[in-house]
Write a protein that binds this ligand. Structure first.
Ligand SMILES: Nc1ncnc2c1ncn2[C@@H]1O[C@H](COP(=O)(O)OP(=O)(O)OP(=O)(O)O)[C@@H](O)[C@H]1O
Ligand SMILES: [Mg+2]
Length: 268
């Protein structure tokens, strides 16, 4: 077991992101404070445009804030240049909504999955030399894909299988944190539960810290022990999933919880 640490895995202070959108200024993230400890599973919910994806992209180091600061494992990552982000790239992996667009159609599955391991930045962080073929076999098994899947291309797989490929790629560098932005909303309703159960099992077995963005509150309830509710670029409610469900503190959260069947019917 890892040593317990006093510091937070993630800490953000006043995190702000403005976009220029057709000559207009959009305040996508408005001075968000957040902390997350290792081993927790945080769900982020809120209406479309509330800033969920913007927030997780900043946490993954895929974007820079307009103001505010963010720390990962006590190191400030706010404005670190890419060449110094290797530790973050090795420790934090993302799974996106739509595996049709997140997987390169021209690459074999084996190359897709081992791609993070070939990054020079990531390689420098890994203490042991990684046997790519062994790691490939290990993560394919972990996501319940056949061992020969590596020789094929993404289009040869179903939507649910493609999302398993994306999850396998995320697991390849053996990350500490998995960030999933709407991981099942592009999938057929019939395979969503399978992928959610897979994520649940993987997170438990590997002791991952999980951050999940979802429109679907059933997804978050299933996966997460903590919940953050976003509205207009702010976190307006944050707490244990069970207590937010039992006793929502804002009318907005109550409305979100009540809207669950409608949101699911829209397929998002
Ligand atoms: N690259 C961008 N350029 C301009 N505006 C952007 C960009 N990305 C996001 N925005 C705007 O920032 C706001 C927050 O967007 P964000 O994608 O974070 O919301 P979200 O909560 O993830 O929404 P959804 O549930 O629809 O995915 C929105 O008004 C959006 O239009
Ligand atoms: Mg989004």
């Amino acid at each position: 077991m890892a040593e317990p640490r006093a510091d937070h895995l993630y800490r953000a202070e006043g995190l702000t992101r403005r976009y220029r959108n057709g000559g207009r200024d959009v305040l996508a993230l408005d001075a968000v404070d957040l902390s997350l400890d290792r081993g927790h599973r945080l769900g982020i919910v809120g209406e479309s445009g509330s800033g969920k994806s913007t927030l997780v992209r900043l946490l993954a180091g895929l974007d820079h804030p307009s103001a505010g600061r963010v720390w990962f494992e006590g190191t400030e990552i706010t404005d670190l240049p890419e060449k110094r982000l290797g530790f973050l790239r090795a420790s934090v992996q993302m799974v996106f909504q739509d595996p049709r667009s997140s997987l390169n159609p021209r690459m074999r599955v084996s190359d897709i999955i081992t791609e993070p391991l070939r990054s020079r930045l990531v390689r420098r962080q890994l203490t042991d030399r990684v046997d790519q073929q062994r790691r490939l076999a290990e993560v394919l098994a972990a996501v319940d894909l056949p061992a020969d899947a590596g020789g094929r291309y993404p289009h040869e797989f179903s939507g649910g299988q493609r999302q398993r490929i994306a999850i396998a790629r995320a697991l390849a560098p053996d990350p500490e944190v998995l960030i999933a932005d709407e991981p099942v909303s592009a999938l057929d309703v019939s395979v969503r539960a399978q992928v959610l159960n897979l994520l649940t099992d993987l997170v438990a077995a590997r002791g991952l810290t999980l951050i999940v963005v979802s429109h679907d509150l059933m997804v978050v309830r299933h996966l997460c022990d903590q919940l953050a509710v976003m509205r207009q670029g702010r976190i307006i409610e944050r707490g244990a999933t069970s207590s937010v469900y039992a006793d929502p503190q804002t009318g907005y959260t109550r409305a979100l919880l009540e809207a669950v069947p409608r949101i699911r019917a829209e397929g998002r």
